[in-house]
Design a protein around this ligand. Structure first.
Ligand code: LHQ
Length: 263
């Protein structure tokens, strides 16, 4: 199933997608977009997959758009930056936020440009302590895209969002964790094992409920309290009809670990 630019591996309910252009710091080309899109859609549809992990090969997570592919504004043969967003990045961000399974972004090294913001669209971000996040855009005369202007003010607040966008300095993994931009910064030597353990833990969990938790939290951005309470009631109704809920309660009463099936 793996393509040339995105490696795909599955084991124990976890589908791992690895951006694989390490000599170009896993920069995004149209080929990467096509393979990543297909891989994510396949994982979402695959009943064997209960958790998705997105990571990068080599020393970077990704350097964002491959700048050699888009060229400069004077090159009439290259696509307009806005249309590249509409054709490739915006669909990718919408796809990631609509996936039914938990998506862990394992930021193994620098995440720059659009890649930093693709990470923020994922459900949980783990970063190696040596990794960093770089809103590189203003360095080359662009604005944060791929959802950056949406996630940053919500996750780290307006003042920090403005600072990281205008100065375009690296945000370290520990700073990102302290600011609430990511879930956890993990020491480099424990990074791979930690991501594996967390992914396995989620894959053994009540994944039907995870789908509903994701919907509830993601849609909260659009809602006032009354609408959100109504949404919780509807989604909880659905969760309460799952086999996993019955199993969770039975396991609690019988004082044993639950065996969740994800339905
Ligand atoms: C790269 C790249 C890269 C190509 C490193 N492209 N080769 C959307 C719509 C349309 C238009 C534009 O953009 C967007 C969204 C965006 O993502 S815009 C932002 C694009 N990304 C950047 O501006 C970041 C550019 N890269 C960097 O600033 C540095 O490479 C960082 C800080 C990420 C890492 O620095 P170093 O660790 O010093 O590595 P390096 O710069 O030496 O890079 C290693 C190689 O990777 C090198 O190739 P070479 O053949 O010389 O060894 C770089 O040219 C290549 N590379 N980023 N985005």
């Amino acid at each position: 199933m793996s393509g040339e630019t995105v490696l795909i591996a599955q084991s124990g309910g976890v589908t791992r997608l690895t951006l694989n252009r390490p000599d170009k710091l896993n920069a995004f080309t149209l080929a990467v977009h096509a393979e990543l899109n297909a891989g994510l859609q396949a994982a979402n549809a695959d009943p064997q997959c209960r958790v998705i992990v997105l990571t990068g090969a080599g020393r970077a997570f990704s350097a964002g758009q491959d700048l050699a592919e888009v060229g400069g504004p004077t090159d009439a043969s290259t696509p307009d930056a806005g249309s590249r967003l509409e054709k490739a990045y915006n669909p990718l961000v919408k796809l990631i936020t609509s996936l039914e399974k938990p998506v862990i972004c394992a930021v193994n090294g620098i995440a720059a440009g659009a890649a930093a913001n693709i990470a923020l669209a994922c459900d949980l971000v783990y970063a190696a302590r040596s990794a960093s996040f770089l809103q590189a855009f203003a360095r080359i005369g662009l604005i944060p895209d791929a959802g950056g202007t949406y996630w940053l003010p919500r996750q780290i607040g307006f003042a920090r969002a403005m600072g990281v966008a205008l100065f375009a300095d690296k945000v370290t993994a520990r700073q990102a964790e302290a600011w609430g931009m990511i879930w956890e910064a993990v020491p480099d030597d424990a990074f791979a094992a930690t991501v594996r353990e967390r992914a396995a833990r989620l894959a053994a969990g009540p994944t039907a409920a995870y789908r509903l938790i994701k919907q509830a939290l993601r849609r909260s951005f659009e809602h006032g309290l009354a609408d959100q309470l109504a949404l919780e009631a509807a989604l909880q109704g659905e969760a309460g009809r799952t086999r996993d809920f019955r199993e969770g309660v039975a396991a609690f009463i019988e004082k044993r670990p639950a065996r969740y099936e994800g339905r």
